[in-house]
Design a protein around this ligand. Structure first.
Ligand code: UTP
Length: 303
């Protein structure tokens, strides 16, 4: 295995999807730029990777996604204005990723996550990469990506993040079948994209973090459209699992599906409560809202 122990230096962030679950907000602006409190979704993913020592980012973009490039670019005029006004904290906030490099690839048509990743092949070449889907928000205190990199360094094999999901939600995910090698670590033997409840091989769903080896590109080549008519990464991973060991790491921590409205709202509430400047005022508001909701419920019960 030539890539064994090759350091993970690069992260791929596919961001070319249509974001249909967030229409009309995503008609002309990228879903990845929706903010949780004051930072766009994609910046949380960049920070998560940077915390693991990754400084090279390849963002796969598409139509209406220019705001992502502008966000990670230098904004001279804005910087000068903030400097003149002495707004040092804001200046720091807009320059946080100066030490990282960003490259952009366009996926001409949103033909699926697998297709988006195959577009990045010329940039990735023969290196292993971390893939982060910015819809999935993992709070900064969690060590998921670090643990996945650790498992990759130990085994030299691809690693997929998994979570246990209730049966009624499995149809929204790729679901695996596997053999438990040790607590929380699986060797994956089968993967099914968005299974019908009776076809789900387990309750272990794939979430948006992967460490992939470059041989994934060979598997993606020539893949026919799968579930939903899209080129599915899950199908390529299935083919890869037929050739080498592919590992699953179970994540038991907190994760928000911010590509979904309810998940996005939950993330917003929790991040606002964890924000020093906002927490007090926001808590007051939440308490009064909960009180009003409880009295409404009480009024209904009394009727
Ligand atoms: P999703 O299915 O969660 O995102 O794809 P979506 O398609 O943007 O949103 P909905 O489902 O229509 O609301 C998972 C990830 O794969 C990327 C998305 O940007 C997201 O990060 N993706 C998906 C691509 O880059 N290209 C595609 O063709 C499809």
């Amino acid at each position: 295995m030539p890539e064994k122990n090759t350091k993970i230096r690069k992260a791929l962030l596919p961001a070319a999807g249509l974001g249909t679950r967030f229409l009309p907000a995503t008609k002309a602006s990228p879903k990845e730029m929706l903010p949780i409190v004051d930072k766009p979704l994609i910046e949380y993913a960049v920070e998560e990777a940077e915390a693991c020592g990754i400084e090279e980012f390849v963002i796969i973009t598409g139509k209406n996604k220019r705001a992502i490039e502008d966000h990670f670019d230098i904004a001279y005029k804005l910087e000068n204005t903030l400097r003149d006004k002495g707004q040092v904290e804001l200046l720091e906030a807009i320059n946080r990723h100066r030490n990282s490099d960003f490259a952009y690839i366009r996926q001409g048509e949103p033909l699926g996550l697998g297709h988006a990743i195959s577009c990045a092949r010329p940039f990735v070449k023969d290196e292993p990469v971390a893939i982060l889907l910015s819809d999935d928000i993992i709070p900064p205190g969690e060590s998921l990506l670090k643990d996945m990199i650790g498992l990759y360094e130990e085994t030299g094999g691809p690693v997929i993040a998994l979570m246990r999901v209730p049966p009624e939600e499995l149809h929204r995910y790729g679901v695996i079948k596997g053999t438990e090698l040790r607590e929380g670590v699986y060797e994956i033997t089968d993967l099914v994209e968005k299974p019908a409840p009776e076809d789900a091989p387990s309750d272990l769903a794939i979430i948006g973090r992967y460490i992939l080896t470059p041989d994934i590109f060979e598997m993606l080549d020539g893949l026919s459209p799968g579930s939903g008519g899209e080129i599915q990464l899950t199908d390529a991973l299935m083919a890869l699992a037929g050739r080498r060991k592919v590992y699953g790491l179970i994540f038991g921590g907190t994760r928000y599906d911010a590509g979904d409205k309810l998940g996005f709202l939950k993330a917003t509430v929790d991040f606002a409560l964890a924000n020093g400047a906002l927490a007090e005022g926001f808590k007051k508001y939440l308490f009064s809202t909960v009180e009003a909701l409880n009295s409404q419920r009480g009024a209904k019960v009394d009727k």
